[in-house]
Ligand binder design. Structure first.
Ligand code: UD1
Length: 357
């Protein structure tokens, strides 16, 4: 049986096309959930909307410091692999669940497939960078979204027949579910932005949100720039960000439409009609590019340079009011006919063709 390790929102979204395609083909597949994300808004709603099968095992690790979280996951995942006689393991991306899943499988003698292999920011202050590099090192099948990641792997001496360029399943998911979102989601009406010009803002990276002085300055710049362009800003707040805002009494301006974290369909619907997206999430950076909405990546670097090269996004991380207003202006004026670098929406089929061989 192919065990798919899931722990957080992006893994659910990006593994869903593979899991559903495996089910269609009659390939035995089972989800093992680490419990890294556990609240309904960050987890349950995605199972419902993506129509994912119930996990065969849930190891309920929850939030704790990274070394303890990863250690406990490895222990409990190894037990689950044994209990369910798993013959191969699929992990996606760069979260702590991915590193734990890859190591637990490798050390149990089970071959590992890594979806979204070869991404590199070269920024080792990010917890995700070490997770990606280590997961790639122990994987048998490395599924790269574009040639760029194959090149990154080659530079590290990973150049074997298990490396494949297949596109990114984020395209499979976004193209399908954005259509569904227009039938099922009334979020724009509920938030009363359906007749307004608005932008969408998300921030959850430790480097942006853990330090209150930085978070406050970034929010002030975004507030200033968006006011200048007459935009409301829809801001679904991740729990990590909410904690800093609440603990340090950081005020949010009136033209910010603040919500709890949103489900997939609601967020896709909002993204697709936005004038601009400001984000430090890699997945949203990709979705914006695929949906042809200009974005600003709120980071000094990115492991997804394709979005910058095609002109869909631009890096911005200094909290500077005038500069951000000017970058926002340039991005919103962009011709949106850029090429989608992440593939044709058939990545899940390609992955399963290769794994079935
Ligand atoms: C994790 C991933 C990140 C991914 C993101 C998607 C790592 C190192 N980071 O970051 O790559 O982009 O998921 O959201 O794996 N919390 C809740 N409810 C939950 C889960 C967490 O309230 O269901 C709170 C907890 O207070 C926790 C904090 O959010 O301490 C952060 O959660 P955590 O899983 O550590 O990392 P994320 O910031 O979500």
């Amino acid at each position: 049986m192919l065990a798919v390790i899931l722990g957080t929102r992006p893994e659910l979204i990006k593994c869903a096309p593979v899991i559903l395609e495996a089910q269609r083909r009659g390939i035995p597949v089972g989800i093992i959930h680490t419990g890294q994300h556990y609240t309904h808004e960050l987890d349950g709603v995605f199972f419902e909307e993506l129509r994912l099968p119930k996990p065969i095992a849930h190891i309920h690790v929850g939030s704790r410091p990274a070394p303890k979280q990863i250690g406990l996951m490895i222990y409990r995942l190894a037990e689950a692999f044994e209990a369910f006689s798993c013959t191969s393991v699929l992990v996606e991306g760069d979260t702590n669940s991915v590193l734990a899943g890859a190591l637990a499988a490798y050390k149990s003698g089970i071959p590992v497939a890594h979806l979204e292999a070869g991404l590199r920011s070269d920024d080792w202050t990010m917890p995700e960078e070490s997770n990606r590099v280590l997961a790639d090192r122990v994987s048998k099948w490395l599924f790269c979204p574009t040639e760029n990641q194959r090149e990154c792997l080659r530079r590290e001496g990973i150049d074997h027949e298990g490396v494949h360029v297949v596109g990114n399943t984020v395209v499979d998911a976004a193209l399908h579910y954005v259509r569904v979102s227009y039938e099922k989601s009334d979020i724009a009406e509920r938030l009363n932005v359906h007749q307004s010009n608005y932008g969408v803002l998300t921030m959850h990276r430790p480097s942006n949100v853990d330090e209150p002085v930085r978070l406050r300055a970034m929010l002030e710049s975004i507030s200033h720039a968006s006011l200048e362009h007459g935009l409301k800003i829809v801001f679904p707040i991740h729990p990590r960000t909410k904690k800093t805002i609440t603990d340090h009494h950081i005020p949010l301006p009136e033209h910010f439409v603040v919500t709890e974290p949103l489900g997939y369909l609601d967020l896709l619907r909002l993204q697709s009609s936005a004038q601009i997206i400001l984000t430090d999430s890699g997945g949203i950076q990709e979705e914006a590019c695929i949906l042809r909405v200009p974005s600003i990546t709120l980071r000094p670097n990115t492991e997804r340079p394709e979005t910058i090269h095609v002109g869909a996004s631009i890096l911005f991380h200094e909290p500077h009011n005038e500069r951000l207003a000017s970058v926002m202006h340039d991005q919103m004026k962009k011709d949106r006919s850029w090429e989608n670098p992440f593939g044709d929406g058939k990545t899940a089929e390609r992955v399963l063709d290769i794994l079935s061989r």
